[in-house]
Design a protein. Structure first.
Length: 215
């Protein structure tokens, strides 16, 4: 308990850092995942090709390698001076977007084809059909896998601690270097991650329950 009480400000900052990078990268991943899923089912061949390449490349790239690219290549070529927090959020968001894309695409495939055909017969464009007809119906199917993906994203955020981003893994490293026993440190870090992941699970259960009531 002393390791937590004596260094509570650092632990608090690490916890807030983990929550922050999880929240920001989740938004990036969700927006990109939905857009790329739209590309994957688009009637335009170049968009389908781009979506397939995006998913194939990112899903088969180790996350640590992606962090290295964002931290040591992207600033040199595109955005010099970008903060480590932003770079870590982008790396984590881009990586997770490929998994969200496939979850959303699977949800889209559960919507009967007749729904899209009826929308087209009424003069809806592809984007209108996807946004107004298909995605709202696919949401119920997509929520359970999205919950698992966001929980995995939370745990993957620990990699950011190795790249000078303030989060729980960085606090654990600091305490270990100061000679504190590793087991109590890992216990407190595990408790913090459990709090975050339980909150995510509870949020998605609430969303699923509300959608079930509306069904």
């Amino acid at each position: 308990m002393n390791v937590l009480l004596d260094h509570f400000p650092e632990f608090r900052n690490g916890f807030i850092g983990t929550v922050s990078i999880t929240a920001v990268s989740s938004v990036i991943a969700l927006v990109l995942g939905i857009v790329i899923a739209g590309f994957r089912v688009s009637p335009v061949p170049p968009l389908r090709l781009f979506g397939t390449a995006w998913v194939t490349l990112l899903r088969n790239t180790p996350l640590t390698l992606l962090f290295l690219v964002f931290f040591f290549v992207v600033p040199e070529i595109l955005f010099p001076g970008m903060s480590p927090f932003v770079l870590a959020s982008l790396a984590l968001g881009f990586y997770t977007s490929s998994f969200i894309c496939e979850a959303v695409r699977s949800g889209i495939s559960t919507v009967p084809l007749g729904q899209a055909e009826a929308a087209r017969s009424l003069g809806f464009t592809f984007s209108q059909t996807l946004r107004l007809i298909v995605l709202p119906q696919a949401t119920r199917t997509v929520l359970p896998p999205l919950s698992s993906i966001f929980i995995a994203l939370t745990k993957n955020s620990a990699i950011a601690g190795a790249f000078s981003v303030t989060e729980l893994f960085g606090w654990q490293t600091l305490m270990s270097e100061q000679g504190y026993a590793i087991i109590p440190i890992f216990c407190w870090v595990a408790v913090a991650y459990l709090v975050i992941t339980f909150a995510i699970s509870g949020l998605f259960r609430l969303l699923e329950r509300n959608l079930e009531v509306a069904r």
